[in-house]
Design a protein around this ligand. Structure first.
Ligand SMILES: NC(=O)C1=CN([C@@H]2O[C@H](COP(=O)(O)OP(=O)(O)OC[C@H]3O[C@@H](n4cnc5c(N)ncnc54)[C@H](O)[C@@H]3O)[C@@H](O)[C@H]2O)C=CC1
Ligand SMILES: N[C@@H](CCCCNC(=O)[C@H]1CCC=N1)C(=O)O
Ligand SMILES: [Mg+2]
Length: 264
């Protein structure tokens, strides 16, 4: 279970601002612009109630506070309930929340009480990071590499297929890789040891694994964006600098924005 830690969330506002400027450089739009264009929705101060949840591993330090900062950054009017769990849910509704944000160890949801729409963080994250990667202005081909085809990666890879990209994919779990090949038609490609001697380089890479260093230098092309919600990061700082990679990576805010815009 890959749970966030308080360390992942340190100075979330700075992380969000840095990610936003990278997204602007990569796509020409900021995160708000991508979400608005992709979902066709715009927030107008919807009240968001953030409910801490104590089940399982319990409350993660600064998780609710980070969601509060993120909702504010994207133009929502948000508050954290004093009480957690059921009492917190009741408190949120009684205090006029239109959208509920809450997470246990397995599901992080956004639920719009007015229109009934509900969003799950995993597909919303995969899809928005894939969407950002797909809009890379300096891409030199329609070929993309998707590494990590789990709860976040598979929806992201599916989105890239639907957008008409030629998707090469890899997952350490053979069953997941085979499922992705059969259901999405992606081309199996292990970046660490590609079949045959032909080296394939990509200018669009989407990664969603809980492992570090999953993207080797050999697959990174001249102009390359690596769009990755995966924690820890798919490449080292050194490799990022050496190859001049545009790295879109942020621990919670981009995925949360995708959830919120998807339920408006
Ligand atoms: N930044 C954000 O907003 C968010 C980040 N995450 C993070 O994204 C990551 C993925 O989350 P989930 O999809 O829910 O996990 P998951 O466990 O469902 O999927 C991860 C996949 O990566 C594969 N994998 C592991 N090591 C690999 C390697 N070396 N090469 C290729 N594939 C490898 C696993 O076989 C698995 O299928 C986690 O680190 C999670 O913490 C999740 C949600 C939001
Ligand atoms: N119950 C806890 C929150 C638990 C969140 C666990 N899920 C993750 O860490 C996912 C969400 C995005 C990235 N990983 C609380 O209310 O403080
Ligand atoms: Mg994120």
């Amino acid at each position: 279970m890959a749970l966030l830690t308080p360390e992942d969330l340190e100075n979330i506002n700075k992380q969000l601002q840095e990610a936003d400027s990278t997204v602007r450089r990569v796509t020409g739009l900021d995160i708000k612009g991508i979400c608005k264009d992709f979902y066709g929705t715009t927030p107008c101060c919807e009240k968001v109630g953030i409910v801490p949840v104590t089940s399982g591993n319990g409350i993660i330090g600064s998780f609710s506070e980070s969601l509060n900062a993120i909702a504010g950054y994207f133009g929502f009017d948000s508050f954290i309930t004093d009480m957690p769990d059921v009492s917190g849910y009741y408190e949120a509704v009684k205090n006029g929340a239109r959208i509920i944000l809450m997470a246990d160890d397995n599901t992080f949801l956004a639920h719009n009480l007015k229109n009934g729409k509900i969003a799950n963080n995993q597909p919303c994250t995969g899809i928005i990071y894939a969407e950002i990667a797909s809009r890379y202005l300096k891409a030199d081909s329609k070929e993309v590499l998707a590494v990590g085809l789990g709860k976040v990666g598979f929806p992201g890879a599916a989105h890239l297929v639907q957008k008409g990209f030629k998707v090469y994919g890899y997952d350490a779990d053979r069953t997941l890789l085979e499922k992705s090949v059969s259901s999405l038609g992606i081309i199996p490609f292990n970046p660490v040891s590609p079949e045959g001697d032909r080296q394939r380089k990509f200018s669009i890479i989407f990664e969603a694994t809980p492992c570090a260093d999953t993207i080797p230098e050999s697959v990174i092309s001249e102009n390359c964006v690596i769009s990755t919600p995966g924690i820890p990061c798919a490449i080292s700082k050194e490799l990022q600098k050496k190859c001049g990679v545009e790295l879109v990576m942020e621990p919670l805010g981009i995925g949360t924005a995708s959830m919120l815009y998807s339920v408006l």
